[in-house]
Design a protein around this ligand. Structure first.
Ligand SMILES: [Zn+2]
Length: 316
């Protein structure tokens, strides 16, 4: 008999954790959202997640596979996570804990698959968003941070530890200042929302967040326009470097800042022309993301792939 059980998707961010029971068609059958604890206590972060998992309507005896997308870094071979913005979790054995929680709720083991949040956003857009119908693409987020992931021939390109295609921490300035990651001149230092806000404020703009900044830019404020232009030049350099390395011609871009639309995409595309120079990357296409919950759906896509369902090729 074909397995028709829905899957459990978990999307873990620095401010909230979302869980959902997701059907094979991508419908959210039940959803739970809890706040992410920011205290340095692993149990304080885990307990609300476990409680939310227990509130999902899981039927005893049915096998539920689980996909988890989380802020990184992660270690997929070890099943552990150490998200920079969740100080309570360092080498936290998330896969084992979730597997145990699902087994205790249903009495039946399910497989738990872990991926980075950027990877899950790529998977979500590949399945039901702007990457529908594409077999190979990069998904990216330009927001408080900058992340990404690649789907290659309908499989997630994980890399050895699950952190591949980390566009935000690709250096675009070898002489730049040191980044929080230890490298120098990373894309994220220049193109993340808070960096644009800081740059604009230093030149007299009085707003406080990225949404206000893109609003000011839309209204024609020259300082806001210049700050976005400067940041998107770094993002464009990072995108071109990634495309040049991977030879992938479609990037789907979402996240808080990218949601502002043309005011961000116009400078991004213009600067891209300066960096995507080799013939095979000159046709590089940047598409706005379509889904508000790509990370959660991407985690579901990953879970469905365990039993050969969903849009991904079965894993070997
Ligand atoms: Zn960095």
């Amino acid at each position: 008999m074909t397995c028709v059980a829905p899957v459990v998707a978990v999307d873990i961010g620095g401010t909230k954790i979302a869980l959902a029971l997701v059907s094979e068609a991508g419908d959210l059958l039940a959803e739970q959202v809890v706040a992410t604890a920011t205290v340095p206590d692993p149990q304080a972060v885990w307990a609300p997640l476990a409680a939310a998992l227990a509130r999902l309507p899981l039927h005893p005896g049915e096998p539920y596979d689980v996909g988890i997308g989380t802020a990184g870094p992660i270690n997929t071979p070890a099943g552990t996570v150490s998200p920079v913005n969740i100080p309570g979790w360092r080498d936290f054995p998330l896969v084992a804990r979730v597997a145990e929680a699902v087994r205790s709720a249903t009495g039946t083991p399910g497989e738990v698959v872990l991926a980075g949040d950027g990877h899950c956003i790529a998977l979500g857009e590949h399945w039901l968003g702007a990457g529908r119908g594409l077999h190979t693409m990069v998904g990216m987020v330009i927001s408080t941070g900058i992340g990404g992931g690649a789907v290659v021939d309908d499989q997630l390109f994980t890399g050895s530890t699950g952190n591949a295609v980390h566009v935000g921490h690709t250096s675009v300035n070898a002489w730049g200042e040191r980044c929080v990651c230890g490298c120098h001149g990373c894309v994220e230092m220049y193109a993340r929302g808070p960096a644009l806000v800081t740059a604009a404020r230093a030149r007299g703009w009085s707003g406080t967040d990225g949404e206000q900044l893109t609003g000011s830019a839309r209204a024609g404020d020259p300082v806001a326009l210049a700050a976005i232009d400067h940041g998107m030049r770094a993002a464009a350099a990072g995108i071109a470097a990634t495309a040049t390395q991977l030879d992938i011609d479609t990037f789907v871009i979402g996240g808080g800042l990218a949601k502002a639309g043309a005011v961000v995409f116009e400078p991004l595309r213009r600067h891209l022309g300066d960096f995507a120079a080799l013939p095979y990357v000159q046709g590089l296409e940047l598409r706005p993301a379509e889904l508000p919950n790509a990370g959660l759906l991407g985690a579901a896509s990953l879970a469905l792939s365990v039993t050969g369902r969903g849009p991904l090729r079965s894993r070997p």
